[in-house]
Design a binder for this molecule. Structure first.
Ligand code: SME
Length: 162
């Protein structure tokens, strides 16, 4: 069955999240595979907001390994505690970086990225099993609404994670 995400063109960021969430929830309701769910979620986020890079890294052993993404080719693997992604994993919290050049240890996969937000996803037992990484070509592009809404979207995938 063909699937599509439809977002009204005149809506702002709040309206886009509001339109996106139920559509993604419906799209993923019957999904049983974590990789497929990550692939469709990052494609939907990328389509709706147009950010430079949207994708997942999965925890594999003691590293983050690149998962489904939309955007330019990216660095992999990333060690525990390294970069924004490895720090979000280590500290088990969302990290919002308004200026990537001001984040010590930021891993520059693309020199077009100016700001970044990384959201941890939890698997069985509550451990961090993956992170969502969103990079913007604009400085200071992410706020509390993005932190909340991206985390809410990620929770749709958490039951599928190991
Ligand atoms: N900038 C990230 C690395 C991943 S890329 O941005 C896709 C970091 O510092 O963890």
């Amino acid at each position: 069955m063909a699937e599509q995400i439809v977002i009204p063109t005149v809506t702002g960021r709040r309206g886009r999240y509001a339109a996106l969430y139920p559509q993604v929830a419906a799209l993923l309701a019957s999904e049983e595979d974590a990789i497929a769910a990550m692939a469709n979620l990052c494609a939907a986020i990328h389509q709706v907001f147009g950010w430079h890079w949207v994708g997942f890294y999965r925890v594999v052993g003691d590293q983050l390994v690149l998962g489904p993404f939309q955007g330019p080719v990216a660095c992999t693997p990333i060690a525990y505690g390294k970069g924004v992604c490895g720090t979000a994993w280590q500290e088990d919290r969302t990290i919002n970086v308004p200026d990537v050049d001001a984040f010590p240890g930021h891993i520059a996969c693309s020199n077009l990225s100016r700001s970044e937000i990384v959201v941890p996803l939890h698997g069985h037992g509550g451990r961090v099993a993956a992170v969502l990484d969103v990079d913007s070509a604009s400085l200071d592009d992410f706020g509390p609404e993005d932190e909340q809404e991206l985390a809410r979207l990620c929770r749709l995938i958490e039951p599928l994670l190991p």
